[in-house]
Design a protein around this ligand. Structure first.
Ligand code: NDP
Length: 290
């Protein structure tokens, strides 16, 4: 039987409408519009598209947004100074530095310079630690988007076998943590995992984030499994595709996300959610310490 297609575009659009109405409410109650600043260093075309999309999504949700473009040869010092300026700017509640940065810049130091309360990507070590503990303000956007998709589809996580393939700091590791907090029984796989197919076949919920086009095939999944494909690959001359081979998996899975139109649209949606959260927290803080 063909799997149910999880329509990330539709779920993202519903969620963004809800965020827009909460933004309008915040503005009405406090006069504050959530503000996001995105810093982009260099001319990477993919990064430029992502940044444009983030700005557009912010504006559609009624948020204030600025994009700060810095040249490829920006020094570490100049980037740090820019972050420092945004730190002090009361109109800006979220600061995001588009990654990857040019190789001469120290990414770790840049992430650590963003104040945790404005770290809407949730990459700062303090926010990462809070995710581990399960007491967080912000979640990294992609894993949070996956959780939202599962919630929207009414997928029960508690007690289920969850397998996450990929262990990056921005997707795999936090994804595993969120599934664990939702009481899933979680296994994390990576490039050194032996007998990957044996493990993926155990999954009731399989999340794949490896960056390898069409790597997971229908024989590697359990009949009826919920399959979430985070991958975004553009093979030379080919069309955008995921890490999951949609053709073979969609006849075995119970539900599956397509690429494009699955996890992708949820990532920016969760960035909007985080920016709104940051603005609300700033308003609450100002009410306490006017
Ligand atoms: P990284 O390259 O940082 O991490 C890839 C992970 O996959 C690593 O942990 C690696 O293992 C593991 N891996 C690689 N090959 C295999 C394999 N053959 N078997 C098992 N594990 C393997 O990638 P990201 O996490 O940043 O991104 C993953 C994918 O998700 C990419 O396609 C990216 O474009 C996409 N993405 C999509 C987003 C969206 O909004 N939809 C947002 C972010 C990412 P090891 O640690 O051992 O090297």
């Amino acid at each position: 039987m063909a799997a149910k297609i999880i329509d990330g575009k539709k779920i993202a659009s519903l969620t963004r409408a809800d965020i827009a109405s909460r933004v309008a409410q915040l503005k009405e109650e406090s006069g504050v519009a959530p503000g996001l600043a995105v810093i982009i260093v260099g001319n990477d075309p993919a990064s430029q598209v992502y940044v444009r999309n983030k700005k557009k999504a912010c504006e559609e949700a009624g948020m204030y947004s600025v994009v700060i473009e810095m040249p490829e040869d920006t020094t570490q010092e100049a980037l740090m100074e820019q972050i420092e300026t945004l730190k002090e700017n009361d109109r800006i509640h979220g600061i995001l530095v588009q990654l990857p940065l040019p190789a001469h810049l120290d990414e770790e130091a840049v992430i650590a310079a963003i104040p945790p309360e404005k770290d809407v990507d949730a990459f700062h070590p303090i926010n990462t630690g809070k995710i581990m503990i399960g007491n967080y303000d912000f979640l990294p956007c992609t894993p949070a988007g996956v959780m939202k998709l599962l919630e929207h589809e009414g997928v029960e996580i508690s007690g289920k076998e969850c397998v996450v393939v990929g262990r990056s700091n921005i997707v795999g590791k936090p994804q595993a943590m969120l599934l664990l907090h939702a009481n899933g029984t979680v296994t994390i796989c990576h490039s050194r995992t032996k007998n990957l197919a044996e493990i993926t076949r155990r999954a009731d919920i399989l999340v794949v984030a490896i960056g390898k086009a069409n790597y997971i095939t229908g024989d590697m999944i359990r009949p009826g499994a919920v399959v979430i494909d985070v991958g975004m690959n553009r093979p030379a001359g080919g069309k955008l595709c995921g890490d999951v081979d949609f053709a073979s998996c969609s006849t075995v899975a119970g539900a599956i996300t397509p690429v494009p139109g699955g996890v992708g649209p949820m990532t920016i949606t969760m960035l909007l959610e985080n920016t709104l959260t940051a603005a609300k927290k700033a308003v609450e803080k100002n009410c306490k310490n006017p």
